[in-house]
Write a protein that binds this ligand. Sequence first.
Ligand SMILES: NC(=O)c1ccc[n+]([C@@H]2O[C@H](COP(=O)([O-])OP(=O)(O)OC[C@H]3O[C@@H](n4cnc5c(N)ncnc54)[C@H](OP(=O)(O)O)[C@@H]3O)[C@@H](O)[C@H]2O)c1
Length: 333
Amino acid sequence: MKYRTLGKNGPEISALGIGAMSFAEFYGPTTEENSFAILSAALEAGVTHIDTSNVYGMGRSESAIGQFLKDNPGIRDRVHIATKASITKDEDGNRCFRNTFEHFESELDGSLKRLGTDCVDLFYAHRRQPELPIEEVAGNLQRLKDKGKTRAIGFSEIAPSSLRRAATECHIDAVQSEYSLGVRSPEMGLVQTCAELGTALVAFSPVGRSFLTDSPLTLEAVEEIGGFIGSNPRFQEPNYSANITATDALRAYAKELGVSTAALAIGWVLAQGNHVIAIPGTRSTSHFAELVEGWNLTLSTEQIARIESILPIGWAYGDRYSTVQWIGPERYC
Ligand SMILES: NC(=O)c1ccc[n+]([C@@H]2O[C@H](COP(=O)([O-])OP(=O)(O)OC[C@H]3O[C@@H](n4cnc5c(N)ncnc54)[C@H](OP(=O)(O)O)[C@@H]3O)[C@@H](O)[C@H]2O)c1
């Protein structure tokens, strides 16, 4: 099992975390009991890192985690909880991003209440507010650390140049970014800059929102779920079928190796650096077992080369977000 230091001098956390966006029905229906089962399985397996946000189900994900902690006294000290804020609505109800200290603090206070804890372990600016210089935003995050409301701070989806600027203000413990065999853009500087600055790179959607598993979402399921995934370009035809065909070859290779495809996807992400943490999400304990398999998998150089020849950079059909998902009200994460 791989445990990694968060940032420069942070705590040791499991290199596999659990992404709790799925607790808020982002990828289909679930129940609080189901989320508790995932959290129990995670603890039993030795997974200590939980990733959530104030916007996942508008507090539903955090509330489920909070209830689990309440029902299981003594667990809080064994888990490392990360949450985020900044995605909100303006006076006209349009989606916008706020990075002021006041916004962060009031949203974090709400998260602490739902989680039933005095302090989170990691707090991210979920999205940049473009009008504010990133140095100022880093300072706002640092103030929350100084006030004892979070032990560490980070950004989500920022460029390497922005990270460098933020790091001139204070140490940035983590940067979260979509990173998987289907999204290799962090290799254009972010993976390297994080390593250089002692910042953890937390890879979200590491199993490509199901494409990099043995049972990708079906088109029928995608239509039924709707929302973000229902209008995501990679899950629209003809891209969807092309992506299934492309990833069939990875499924065949996983079979050859006698492991699950999800395990190969997680194993590949974790092989990208000792500062990389993967946070897949699931509503299923059997799927979770496959993710744990990936956490424990050590791939050889030859196996990594083979995986990258099966799914070379740029294989995926469709952008990872639609235009409106980059900026619009449809995007919740
Ligand atoms: N910072 C950000 O902006 C941001 C954006 C997106 C996500 N995140 C974080 O990253 C976490 C993970 O990302 P994600 O949930 O979008 O993507 P993901 O983990 O790549 O994919 C989740 C999807 O894959 C399926 N899946 C997972 N393991 C599977 C397995 N072994 N076999 C078959 N299907 C499997 C899940 O279905 P089942 O439920 O049926 O298993 C779900 O449909 C989120 O929970 C959230 O905490 C952050």
